[in-house]
Design a protein around this ligand. Structure first.
Ligand SMILES: [Zn+2]
Length: 277
């Protein structure tokens, strides 16, 4: 199974069904590191899929790869759904950022991983480094392999579907800054949690940032200078998006408005907003 799943040096991808945001239906499970490895995002809830994962990890161990831990990119359900079962079954510890651990009281996190820490290693000695990229989630981590310029990107970008910045646990300003932080590494490839590996990685990251900024400008232009309930802005700001997606668009729009308020371009009073500039 290992050979068929290989994406690049020390990186394997196994997509398995999870309760994720449509149109995506699966979360990629990555084995990262061909000497000392971590399994990124133990997510699949189904027993039959967990059996496949366990078989993959056993095959890796037989090939001389030391699987060290279950690694969580962030706390969302479609990334952690198998953590407890796989820990019990395989005896592997769980590693995650401190903010992720805070948001997952039901899962004991054994190692708190901070920005720039090495979490895996390839046989040539090259490290995989965790990079803190808050925004989609406060404790979001990506994994960077400088030798091959590959970023395991979690939910920072998607090969399928879109990335929701939810006002409840996300932050648009942080997300935009984290996209910049990733682009400054000049990656060649982005290995996302949902969908295929993305090439032209710097262009993809630029596109994501520009797309968000263009949307934010639309939201700003739709908002009047008088106090307004924001759901009336949806047709102007998200008219190009299917109505079925408007409940999600509304949450995304609130994140844009919060960001605009931080930039002193809009003002909020309870559920009402108005434009200042
Ligand atoms: Zn997520």
């Amino acid at each position: 199974m290992l050979e068929a799943l290989r994406e690049s040096a020390g990186l394997w991808r196994l997509p398995l069904t999870t309760p994720t945001l449509p149109p995506a239906t699966m979360t990629n499970h990555y084995l990262v590191g061909d000497l000392e490895a971590v399994l990124v995002d133990p997510a699949a809830p189904a027993r039959v899929d967990q059996n496949r994962l366990a078989a993959l990890l056993e095959e890796a161990q037989r090939a001389g790869i030391v699987v060290q831990a279950l690694f969580l990119t962030h706390h969302h359900r479609d990334h952690v759904g198998a953590a407890l079962d796989l820990r019990a079954r395989l005896g592997l510890p769980v590693w995650a950022h401190a903010r992720t651990a805070d948001l997952l009281p039901e899962i004991r996190v054994d190692r708190l991983v901070a920005d720039a820490e090495m979490v895996a290693r390839n046989a040539d000695g090259s490290p995989w480094q965790a990079i803190h990229t808050p925004g989609h989630a406060p404790g979001h981590l990506v994994l960077w392999h400088a030798t091959t310029s590959v970023l395991v990107a979690g939910d920072m970008v998607a090969g399928e579907g879109t990335i929701l910045i939810d006002p409840q646990d996300g932050h648009m300003g942080d997300y935009l800054a984290s996209l910049d932080k990733m682009a400054r590494l000049h990656p060649h490839a982005l290995a996302p949690a949902h969908g295929q590996v993305l090439h032209e990685a710097v262009a993809v990251l630029d596109h994501y940032r520009l797309h968000r900024l263009a949307r934010e400008q639309k939201v700003l232009e739709a908002l009047p200078r008088t106090w307004t309930e924001v759901d009336v802005l949806l047709p102007a700001a998200y008219g190009d998006v299917s109505r079925l997606a408007w409940p999600i668009a509304l949450r995304s729009m609130q994140s844009h408005l919060i960001h605009l308020a931080e930039l002193s371009r809009v003002e909020r009073s309870g559920e009402l907003w108005r434009r200042l500039t």
